[in-house]
Design a protein around this ligand. Structure first.
Ligand code: GTP
Ligand code: SPV
Ligand code: MN
Length: 625
């Protein structure tokens, strides 16, 4: 049936293998490829091996075509401007497909907006998919990418194979996941997560290609099939829509695997913090997209004697071990970080991570071959010409944005100067604290501690945040983003809360749970907290809590630090404690009402009784304020 240098498929006949040995692939992988070759009809098949030679070949092609441009000021760095219609995740076109609707979304109540994920029936999705994927790779090369999420061979890791017709996607997958033939050796006859991606631009082009970025924004569709452990994505090359190892696999599919296997797949950074006494604590933190995970994971401490080391900046897979410790790994291999706002003051460690071997998407370029974006003005000579992400000329002081607000850098995690020695430890790191947070301009104090695991799960379920440019939403509305997972939930959110609650078993060392808000503003709209490196002051307090050195003052919403318990030495003039920690009663009455409304209506009958109990208790405490 199969020839050595070609795959024979019923629909197309002989399809050449441009690179790789098809026969050497595990049988299940061969079957997967053959099926999709027949369906998507590419002109050739390129089996990736993750080598440097391969990267070179792909980069050369992308530069010839004009998709990538070299950043001459740096070593092996490139800039890419996408079609301006393809710049963010498209939540309205992102579906979970299950036979039973309620496996995916909660039994919500009348009036629900359906905010907790989108479901589609398999038959309906098949029609949508067939109309897009049939022959979608005509005239294009199909890349086969074997990758591991997590250190290759770790018990906590999982293997995927992505098919894509985008070599930009291949290049980024090589930075974001571990692409290697070793993955196939380890895989053998086992099942893998099937990832199928197409830019949706078969040749001859039916749509005008803008910026050498073939895509199909009108037809974008992402479908997740948790039962089959499969993802299909069409029409977009933007990170979260196309690097399928990331949000699609490591969160939406993995959250299903995690529920079945008794662990957690979360939108969380992982960091190690060492206090001046030399004690190290590991913290995982969940903030919605573009709300500060990368910055916190690489925090440059403003307090003397502290050391921060980064394990991961976006996704955590966490599992209790036999000793009852919650062990976390970062399933990713690189950073896909928000560029604007990143500079040598706010995040020097991120800056250092992308000085070589990095890709910059939708940022601006300086005339001297350096990247540029909002936040780098201090380093920009006055007369330096800048080409914006839209190709316009710009100089310092002129109006307008030079970079898309969701422009990103993609860089190897290993290049981060403070990457943790244990970041690839197959056993993971032991988590002592879980932190939730969001952008909350008013009402929400800098930090509070949950009363218990159960209360903490409720605090996570109540996370809200101002919308950001990471998805398609316009304007700044406050949206619910429970556990920072709303866009990434792989199954019924009520069941997800049950799963979190079920982590509380005898013999387990449950992490303490916190809520932080770096984004509270005064009446003039100015941030009340300096943030970034000064966030170590809040972490310092959390660590003191963990080692039993700091006292708290109970409040209706959780335990607050005793006044003065957070070290603000050196920033006293910037920080007004009472303003930062005030709990306006009207605000919290309204917030409690709104949160109950959201959970009651959107999660409806699937809301765990324990969460309902926590809500009632919190409402009573707030009413008695
Ligand atoms: P995703 O990659 O989308 O998941 O985002 P993220 O959660 O990793 O957010 P990131 O750290 O990239 O920060 C997003 C934006 O928030 C950037 O523009 C930062 O400059 C800004 N930011 C991060 N931390 C702070 C902080 O402590 N205070 C303030 N004021 N802004 C911050
Ligand atoms: C996010 O939006 O949370 C990101 C970027 O980390 S993306 O990969 O697009 O999801
Ligand atoms: Mn993210």
């Amino acid at each position: 049936f199969y020839e050595v240098h070609e795959v024979v498929v019923p629909h197309l006949g002989r399809v050449p293998i441009t690179k790789g040995d098809f026969h050497a692939l595990p049988k299940k992988v061969q079957k997967f490829i053959a099926f999709y070759v027949d369906y998507m009809t590419p002109r050739g098949i390129y089996i990736c091996d993750g080598s440097e030679h391969e990267a070179h070949e792909v980069i050369t092609k992308l530069m010839e075509r004009g998709t990538l441009e070299r950043l001459e000021a740096l070593e092996n760095c490139y800039i890419c401007r996408t079609d301006p219609a393809d710049v963010a995740r498209v939540e309205s076109k992102t579906f979970i497909v299950t036979k039973d609707k309620y496996q995916t979304i909660p039994h919500s109540k009348p009036g629900a907006k359906g905010g907790m994920g989108l479901w589609m029936d398999p038959d309906e999705m098949k029609i949508e998919m067939d109309s897009r994927f049939k022959d979608c790779m005509a005239g294009r090369m199909m890349y086969v990418i074997p990758f591991s999420m997590g250190p290759i061979g770790s018990d906590l890791s999982k293997i995927g194979i992505q098919l894509t017709d985008s070599n930009y996607v291949l290049l980024c997958m090589r930075l974001m996941t571990r692409v290697s033939p070793k993955v196939l050796d380890i895989l053998g006859d086992q099942d893998f997560v099937k990832c199928v991606h197409s830019m949706g631009c078969p040749r001859p082009w039916r749509r005008k290609v803008i910026n050498h970025w073939p895509c199909n924004p009108e037809k974008v569709l992402l479908a997740h099939f948790p039962e089959e452990r499969k993802v299909k994505s069409y029409g977009s090359g933007y990170g979260g829509n196309s690097l399928l190892g990331k949000k699609c696999f490591a969160l939406r599919i993995a959250s299903n695997i995690a529920r079945d296997e008794g662990w957690l797949a979360e939108h969380m950074l992982i960091m190690g913090v060492t206090n001046p006494k030399g004690q190290e604590f590991y913290i995982a933190a969940a903030f919605p997209s573009a709300c500060g995970k990368t910055n916190m994971a690489m925090l440059n401490p403003s307090l003397p004697g502290w050391k921060v080391r980064c394990v991961g900046d976006d996704i955590a897979w966490m599992k209790f071990n036999e000793k009852g410790e919650l062990r976390a790994i970062n399933p990713e291999y690189g950073f896909f970080g928000v560029a604007p706002g990143t500079n040598w003051k706010t995040n020097p460690n991120a800056m250092a991570s992308f000085q070589k071997n990095a890709i910059f998407t939708n940022v601006a370029k300086r005339a001297d071959g350096m990247y540029f974006w909002e936040g780098l003005e201090d380093e920009l000579p006055d007369d330096m010409e800048v080409t914006t992400w839209l190709g316009q000329k710009w100089k310092k002081g002129q109006p307008g944005l030079t970079s898309h607000p969701n422009s990103r850098f993609t860089a190897p995690a290993s290049q981060c100067p403070i990457i943790h020695d244990k970041w690839e430890d197959p056993a993971g790191v032991p988590i002592s604290a879980i932190v939730f947070g969001g952008r909350r301009p008013t009402g929400v104090p800098l930090v509070f501690e949950a009363f218990s695991w159960e209360h903490g799960v409720m605090v996570g379920a109540a996370v809200k945040s101002e919308s950001t440019a990471a998805a398609e939403f316009k304007g700044k509305s406050i949206m619910h983003d429970p556990m920072a997972m709303r866009p990434f939930m792989g199954y019924n959110f009520g069941h997800y809360l049950d799963h979190w609650l079920s982590m509380n078993k005898p013999g387990r060392k449950l992490p303490k749970i916190y809520h932080v808000n770096w984004f509270r503003v005064n009446e003039k709209g100015k941030f009340l907290w300096p943030g970034y490196g000064d966030n170590i002051r809040v972490i310092d307090w959390m660590c003191k809590r963990l080692s039993g050195e700091a006292k708290v003052v109970p409040s209706p919403i959780g335990n607050l630090p005793e006044k003065g318990a957070i070290d603000i030495s050196g920033i006293e003039d910037q920080v007004h404690w009472d303003e930062l920690f005030s709990l306006p009663k009207d605000y919290w009455l309204e917030d409690a009402k709104e949160t109950r409304q959201f959970l009651e209506v959107e999660v409806g009958d699937d809301l765990p009784a324990e969460i309902e109990k926590q809500l009632v208790e919190q409402e009573k405490r707030i009413a008695a304020m």
